[in-house]
Design a protein around this ligand. Structure first.
Ligand code: GSH
Length: 210
C-alpha cells in the first residue's frame, strides 16, 4: 500500500491521524499541491479529481476520499474501533463525521480557499484554474464556522467526544477542521469552553502530531 499525501493539507492529515491512532505505518508519497503536482499527468492517472489523499493498494486499486480510505483501513485493522462499535454506534459516528465535514470542513475550506492568495483563480480544490475567489464567500464561511462552533459547544456539553463516549473519526475531522480554520484567522470563540477543553484533550494525543 502507498498513501499519496501532502504534509501541509488538511484532508490527508485526517488519514495520517487515523493511521497514527491505529498504530499503522504506510509508505507515503508527497504530492505538493502548492506546486500543482496534483495536475500533472502521473497523478491524474492515480486520481482524475486531482486531490489528495489517495490510498493505492498493492493490486493498483486507487481509493480516493479520506473517509473511504479510513473505512478500508478500519476493515483491515478493526482495533481500536474509530468508526463505531455496533450498528447504532456506526450510524452515530457516521452522522457526526458527516456533520463535521459539511458544517465544519466545508465552511473552513470555503473561507480559506476564497481568501488565501495562493488559491487565486483556484477557489475549488482539484481544478487548475478558472474558478476565481468570491470574496463574499469568506464572510459567509466565517458565519458558517460560527454556527459549527455553536453546535459543537452544545454537543460537547454532554459528551466526552464528538460522537459520544469514545474517540472516533468524528473527533479527527472536527479537530483538523479547527486547525485548518486558523489559516483564515478563525479561532475557537471565547464562549465555547466545552469546545476549547475538548480541543486541548485531542491536541494532547500523540496522533495530533501527524
Ligand atoms: N473530499 C476529499 C477532499 C480532498 C481535498 O480537497 N484535498 C485537497 C487537500 S486538503 C487537495 O488535494 N487540493 C488540491 C488543490 O488545491 O487543487 C477528501 O475527503 O479526501
Amino acid at each position: 500500500m502507498k498513501l499519496y499525501d501532502f504534509a501541509l493539507a488538511p484532508n490527508p492529515r485526517r488519514v495520517r491521524m487515523f493511521l497514527a491512532e491505529k498504530g499503522i505505518e504506510i509508505p507515503s508519497v508527497q504530492i505538493n499541491t502548492r506546486e500543482r503536482e496534483q495536475f500533472g499527468a502521473p497523478f491524474i492517472k492515480i486520481n482524475p479529481f486531482s486531490v489528495v489523499p489517495v490510498l493505492e493498494l498493492d493490486d493498483g486499486t486507487c481509493i480516493g476520499e479520506s473517509v473511504a480510505i479510513c473505512r478500508y483501513l478500519e476493515a483491515l485493522h478493526p482495533a481500536p474501533p474509530l468508526m463505531g462499535r455496533d450498528a447504532k454506534d456506526v450510524a452515530i459516528v457516521e452522522m457526526w463525521n458527516r456533520r463535521a465535514e459539511v458544517e465544519g470542513m466545508q465552511a473552513a475550506s470555503e473561507t480559506v480557499r476564497n481568501s488565501a492568495p495562493m488559491f487565486a483563480d483556484r477557489g475549488i480544490a482539484g481544478v487548475p484554474g478558472g474558478f476565481p475567489q468570491i470574496p463574499a464567500l469568506v464572510e459567509r464561511g466565517k458565519k458558517r464556522m460560527a454556527r459549527f462552533f455553536e453546535f459543537w459547544e452544545r454537543q460537547l456539553a454532554g459528551n466526552a467526544f464528538v460522537a459520544g463516549p469514545h474517540f472516533t473519526i468524528a473527533d479527527i475531522t472536527s479537530f483538523i477542521t479547527i486547525d485548518f480554520a486558523k489559516r483564515a484567522d478563525i479561532s475557537i470563540p471565547a464562549e465555547c469552553g466545552n469546545v476549547a477543553r475538548w480541543y486541548e484533550k485531542i491536541a494532547n494525543r500523540p496522533s495530533a502530531q501527524a
